[in-house]
Structure formats: C-alpha cells, structure tokens
Design a binder for this molecule. Structure first.
Ligand SMILES: [Zn+2]
Length: 321
C-alpha cells in the first residue's frame, strides 16, 4: 500500500493523500485528487515512481464527492478503464450537480444567502466559484459493502456529516482505516448544511454519530486524506466529538444572552473562527454561515433552540433549558 500526495493548487490544505492498494487485477486508489494538470502530473508521476502505471489502475473508490477527492477520478477512468465507486448518497448529489445548470445554481445560492440574512452585496460576493462537477460513478456503495479488491478486505463504513455520503474504508486485514476528511489528525472538517435553512436534515448530529461509529472501531491506524498518517483513530474521534460539544454549548449560551432572535448571518458573525469575521474573505463567510447553520440545526434538534420564520429571513433564539 502506498500514498501519493497530490497538490491542491491555491488551497491552504496543500495536498490530498491518494492511497494505492495493490491487487492482482491492478491497484485500487482511495480518492484521486483535484482536477488540475499539476495534480494529474503528481498522481501519474507518483504512481510511476512506485512502479505502478496509472493505466493499470483497476478502480477508484472515493471517500466523498468533493473536488479534492473525486476531481481526478474521471481522468483516471479515462486512462485506465477503472471503475469509480462512491456511496449512493454522494452519487445522488453528483447526478444532481451534473443536471443543475450554472445559472440555476447561482439563483439558488443567492436566494439561500438572502434567507440567511446576508446583505445583497455580501451575498453576491459569498457565492464562491463552482468547480466542474465530478464524474458520475459506475458503482454505488452502501454501509458495510466490500470494495472490489481481490485478496483484501476493504469495507465501506458510512460516516455522514462532512457530506451525506462520506465513507471511511476499513482495511480489515490490516487494522487500518482510510478516514477521508471525517477524522483528520489536527484540523476538523467543515460540517455545513445546504441550503442553510433546511429543517429535514441534521448534518452535525449525523457527524457526531459518525464519530462515535469510528470510535467504536477501536484504536486502528488512521490514513487520512489530508495532513499525515496517525495512530489510534478512536482517540482522535472522541476528541473531535468533545470539541464540537463544547462549541455547541458555547453557541447555546451565546444565544441565551440575546433577547432578540438572530439570523444565521448574525450568529455566524458572533462565533469564533480562525480569524475575525471582518477579516474573513466573502467565500469563507459563506462557509462559516453554513457551519453556523449546522450548529443551530443541531441545537434545534436537541430542543435547545427554536427557529422563527420571518418574511425576509429565518431567525433563531434559545429556549430555556
Ligand atoms: Zn472534503
């Protein structure tokens, strides 16, 4: 088994770790990297340096649909005839992204940002760029499925939260867990809700349950998609859960001090980010608002916060506990 760091141009994360597991039918990749010529050169060159030709890859299993993971899967398939596999929930999103025209997408975003309480100028700036949608998968995975990897036991563990179809991959014959973005050694993944004012899902609640799932797998070695390989995934999963519980409690306490219900945008501006709100780039404010919304939704699901639908925007206030 090998890892190849594949650069993500212009992104502070730096690179995606693509893993290659050898098999009699040819290597299977876990994730593929960002769709960019430099990334392709790093992936194909990195595999060649290991004595693996990209044309011999038999499959790509992606941990989730994000462009730094699934972006290059289509090009690997073109070069090798490999299958692409992902969880059925993310496959459904990829189908939707391929059908959604850019103009419809922009209108949808603007409307969502308005309901979240962003001003018109801010909403226009917070839209961010939309990378081309990833290639459609050939195979869809469900929780517990074995990946087509002859001679090894690689099982999909559904860990929704960062995306609805995020999977970790348990290499059961070697006590290792490919964690994608779900569990990283130093940072924690973005957990947002989309659109922000959705009431029918609770991604942060799911993310916390998914951390418990990983904790219950025991002290496996973790092979994450960013940063570095680390031991005892169970301990790190428990630590991340604790971090979010504290963040939820701080947010609940903050809301309890405010007499007036607040918009998602106002809540996001009050929360602690890695830099002050005023210094956050517009696209990062959009991400922060999604994260604030996911925390509000999780508190609402726990009965600690209630939403008030207004004509202009949705607002939230704390309930007495
Ligand atoms: Zn991701």
């Amino acid at each position: 088994m090998w890892s190849v760091p594949v650069p993500i141009p212009g992104n502070p994360l730096g690179y995606t770790l693509v893993y290659a597991i050898e098999s009699p039918r040819g290597p299977v990749l876990v994730d593929a990297g960002w769709n960019h010529p430099d990334a392709w050169a790093a992936l194909s060159g990195g595999l060649a340096a290991l004595g693996l030709d990209v044309s011999t890859v038999s499959g790509v299993v992606v941990t989730h649909f994000h462009p730094d993971h699934a972006g290059l899967a289509g090009q690997v398939r073109q070069a090798s005839g490999a299958w692409i596999a992902m969880h059925e929930n993310d496959a459904a999103l990829v189908r939707l992204m391929n059908e959604f025209a850019a103009r419809e997408h922009a209108a949808f975003q603007t409307d969502m940002l308005r309901r979240a309480g962003a001003g018109p100028d801010e909403a226009a700036e917070a839209m961010g760029e939309r990378p081309p949608p990833p290639a459609l998968p050939d195979r869809e995975l469900r929780d517990g499925d074995l990946v087509d990897l002859p001679g090894r036991k690689l099982r999909a563990v559904h860990t929704p939260g960062h995306t609805p179809g995020h999977i970790c991959l348990h290499l059961e014959d070697a006590d290792r867990l490919f964690t994608g973005d779900h569990v990283l050694p130093d940072i924690t993944p973005h957990v947002g809700i989309y659109p922000y004012d959705r009431e029918d899902v609770d991604p942060l609640g799911e993310f916390l349950d998914s951390l418990d799932r990983v904790r219950d797998l025991g002290p496996l070695d973790a092979l994450p998609a960013h940063e570095w390989i680390f031991p005892d995934v169970a301990a790190r999963a428990a630590e991340i859960r604790h971090h979010h519980e504290e963040k939820l409690e701080r947010l609940r306490a903050l809301l309890a001090q405010r007499p007036q219900p607040l918009t998602i945008w106002e809540v996001a501006a009050m929360m602690t980010w890695n830099r002050p709100w005023d210094e956050l780039a517009p696209a990062l404010r959009g991400m922060a608002a999604g994260e604030a919304a996911a925390h509000l939704r999780a508190l609402e699901a726990r009965g600690q916060v209630r939403r008030v639908a207004g004509v202009d925007a949705v607002r939230f206030h704390a309930l007495d506990s």
